[in-house]
Design a protein around this ligand. Structure first.
Ligand code: HEC
Ligand code: HEC
Ligand code: HEC
Ligand code: HEC
Ligand code: HEC
Length: 285
């Protein structure tokens, strides 16, 4: 009985000294140490509000600057298998079974920045899609800053504006009526050997002169794919082949050399030049 009591006393004493020791550790040392600790605990918040996230700094930010803090954007990979054991290699969606799809399943960011197709045909930058948004404001008008802002261009709960980014490459096929095709592309593609260039060698040729696309590489890829009868797959990749939207994008009609006089009715509201934010060369007119 006595022995037990003694053990209990030792254990209790040990506990008390441990608690005292730990409390001592938590106490600030010098004021300098305290300041450093405060900084460390605030640095995540500080980085979240780094001016680089906002206009105007974000508009001239390089990928390297963003990646210095956001390596996860390019380094994260998808799981090889779902928690239930379904393997990623065995679950290909329809848009992952086209002739242009290469490599393993990959993340959203990597499919736009790092896959073979992304590198060959595009040169998207972080700030092509991320134009800066208010992290406190995930819905319009919900705070004083929101109410004071011009809400046009505000995209609910989104960090990018899908209308000015995604829709350009993931809209519906522009429409066979507008192109004066006799039917949908599936119905008529055999007339054109599945080749968009059949017409587009001479129509709307001032295309893709924007800084996030590799205009020449796109044409080369479409021509190369002619041998295998897959030429249109290259174009469809961004014009209807992965259409996440029910509407087509109203492309600017950059004037081309053989452009007929007069503007068709459907094109009356169209801009005549690509968005200046992205034009690297003066469109020829
Ligand atoms: C100094 C480090 C730093 C730099 C540089 C930086 N970020 Fe961030 N970013 C952060 C931190 C920290 C967060 C908050 C992350 C969190 O809370 O999960 C964040 C959050 C974000 C978010 C999510 C915001 C939200 O509302 O949830 C996006 C998108 C983002 N950054 C994009 C960018 C882009 C694009 C660039 C380059 C223009 C960039 N960041 C540069 C540190 C940085
Ligand atoms: C093709 C357009 C696009 C490009 C290019 C792009 N992003 Fe994103 N990014 C997105 C979208 C869409 C989201 C999800 C936004 C949402 O949930 O509202 C996102 C989310 C993020 C987030 C928030 C965290 C997360 O993973 O959800 C960070 C951080 C981020 N991007 C950083 C970057 C960086 C750094 C780059 C350049 C290396 C980059 N992005 C390039 C479209 C893009
Ligand atoms: C400049 C053209 C372009 C823009 C802008 C663009 N995408 Fe894509 N997207 C592509 C291409 C090309 C692929 C196919 C890449 C590949 O197969 O390697 C793709 C693939 C995808 C995929 C399929 C990924 C997979 O695993 O197969 C999704 C989802 C997607 N994009 C969503 C978006 C969203 C959302 C946005 C806007 C934030 C966006 N894209 C902006 C061209 C674009
Ligand atoms: C029979 C000839 C023909 C074929 C084949 C053809 N197009 Fe077109 N396309 C046109 C014409 C005509 C226009 C409208 C020209 C104008 O602006 O007056 C057009 C316009 C476009 C536009 C711009 C649409 C807009 O809203 O401004 C895109 C994008 C396009 N075509 C992509 C394609 C793709 C991708 C293919 C192959 C899958 C293809 N075209 C096949 C004749 C054709
Ligand atoms: C990687 C994505 C991508 C691929 C591949 C692609 N396009 Fe485009 N295309 C775009 C984008 C984005 C625009 C709008 C650019 C702008 O704002 O001027 C565009 C614009 C166009 C236009 C309207 C051009 C104008 O200024 O009048 C035509 C026509 C067109 N594409 C045809 C094609 C044809 C034909 C192919 C295949 C040879 C093709 N595209 C392949 C993304 C793509």
């Amino acid at each position: 009985m006595n022995k037990r009591f003694a053990i209990l006393r030792v254990v209790t004493a040990a506990w008390i000294s441990l608690v005292v020791l730990l409390a001592g550790c938590g106490k600030p040392g010098t004021p300098e140490q305290q300041a450093q600790e405060d900084m460390d605990s605030k640095s995540h918040l500080r980085a979240s509000y780094d001016p680089i996230h906002f206009k105007p700094a974000i508009l001239s930010a390089s990928n390297e600057q963003c990646l210095a803090c956001h390596r996860e954007a390019l380094e994260d990979r998808v799981r090889p298998a779902s928690p239930a054991g379904v393997k990623a290699v065995d679950t290909r969606a329809w848009y992952q079974q086209v002739s242009t799809y290469q490599g393993e399943q990959d993340t959203f960011h990597r499919r736009h920045l790092a896959t073979p197709m992304a590198k060959e045909l595009m040169s998207l930058q972080c700030n092509t899609c991320h134009e800066g948004h208010d992290p406190r404001e995930e819905a319009p008008g919900s705070s004083a800053t929101g109410a004071a802002q011009d809400d046009r261009g505000f995209t609910l709960r989104k960090q990018v504006n899908p209308e000015t980014t995604c829709l350009k490459c993931h809209g519906q096929f522009p429409g066979w009526e507008l192109m004066r095709l006799p039917g949908t592309w599936d119905e008529v593609k055999h007339f054109f050997k599945n080749d968009c260039l059949a017409c587009h060698v001479s129509t709307r040729t001032q295309r893709h002169l924007v800084n996030y696309l590799k205009a020449d590489a796109i044409e080369v890829a479409a021509m190369k794919a002619m041998e295998s009868g897959n030429s249109a797959d290259v174009c469809m990749g961004c014009h209807g082949g992965r259409a996440w939207y029910r509407i087509p994008y109203p492309y600017a009609r950059n004037p081309w050399p053989e452009m007929p006089e007069g503007t068709p009715d459907w094109a009356k509201d169209r801009p005549t030049h690509s968005d200046p934010r992205f034009t690297k060369t003066e469109p020829k007119s």
